[in-house]
Design a protein around this ligand. Structure first.
Ligand SMILES: Cc1ncc(COP(=O)(O)O)c(C=O)c1O
Length: 309
């Protein structure tokens, strides 16, 4: 297994190369302006079957295509080619453990911020799946950000684009400077949107509530998975609607979610304790079912797993 960061292989523009050789032009629009779209895809190792399963691969590639089209990047790679690159580079690394994979389409060459190409692609499996410190915490103490979430008429949060993360960066750095683990960002109308790299759910009176997609939220695959688990497996009522700031202070449970973060409970918001300040019951149940689902052990839902080997 080539799990050390230094020894891993990257897929870059048609070739599997050692990390040190996976370099790009400093003058490229991706380097200068963040002109790229990407996905963060999780794979889970199944010990009994000796198989590595990628979770909701088609949904990730469909979202990547949507991001590429919205930014009018050249349509250089088909979904089949993207999938083959993904599988080839994981196999080259011989990973037999849980991993996260970054797959990015980027504007290469010597153009500028509005160039449509040439479009390159890299695929980078990341052995340590939970990359950010807040993703490894048992529960999060959050603030509400003083920064406003980007919106569909400025930089659409629906597009998973590198440059969008400058908004997340400002919010996250402010939160950490002020002693919080992470932050919840409000949209231009003052309604709750999402975390800097995750979606948000709260529980009120036994009901699961999450901001609607049109409230400046990424079309998150984890969010969709959780809604389906809640409805089809746990038979919970789910509301997708606008959420007010004060609902964060009075909810019974809250959690952030995403491919990297999975389900991570929120213990407090702006120092208001959420529930009893621990992981809530519904959050725990959802987490158990989520882990079953991503490892292909949830018979009540679609089979969302693609075997790599
Ligand atoms: C801003 C933002 N929201 C939500 C998510 C969760 O998306 P997904 O569940 O598709 O990983 C992410 C994940 O990267 C994100 O960056």
């Amino acid at each position: 297994m080539k799990t050390s960061i230094k020894n891993r292989f990257i897929w870059l523009n048609g070739k599997v190369v050692p990390l040190q050789e996976a370099t790009i032009n400093v003058l490229s629009p991706t380097s200068q302006f963040g002109a790229n779209v990407f996905e963060g895809i999780r794979c889970y190792w199944n010990e009994e079957e000796e198989q590595l399963y990628a979770f909701r691969l088609d949904d990730h590639f469909n979202r990547l295509k949507r991001s590429q089209r919205l930014l009018e990047l050249d349509d250089t790679y088909t979904i089949e080619e993207m999938k083959k690159a993904f599988v080839d580079v994981i196999k080259a690394n011989e990973y037999k453990e849980d991993i996260a994979v970054r797959q990015t389409l980027f504007v290469d060459g010597f153009g500028t911020w509005h160039s449509s190409g040439p479009v390159g692609m890299f695929v980078a499996p990341i052995p340590k799946a939970k990359t950010n410190p807040e993703y490894n915490k048992k529960g999060l103490n959050c603030c509400v950000s003083s920064w406003q979430r980007i919106n569909d008429n400025s930089m659409s949060p629906r597009i998973k684009c590198g440059a969008n993360y400058i908004n997340s960066r400002m919010a996250q750095r402010e939160a950490v400077k002020n002693g919080y683990d992470t932050t919840i960002i409000l949209n231009k109308d003052g309604k709750v949107s999402e975390g800097p790299g995750s979606c948000l759910f709260i529980v009120r009176d036994g009901k699961l509530v999450t901001p609607q997609i049109t409230d400046s939220v990424l079309e998150s695959i984890t969010r969709d998975t959780i809604i389906q688990i809640a409805r089809d497996v746990l038979k919970l009522e789910v509301e997708e609607r606008s959420v007010d700031r004060t609902e964060l202070y009075m909810c019974d449970e809250a959690f952030l979610c995403g491919s990297a973060m999975e389900i991570t409970p929120v213990f407090s918001v702006d120092r208001y304790q959420v529930g009893n300040g621990e992981c809530g019951e519904i959050t725990s149940e959802l987490h158990v079912e989520y882990l079953k689902t991503v490892t292909g052990k949830q018979p009540k839902l679609d089979n969302w797993s693609t075997g790599i080997y």
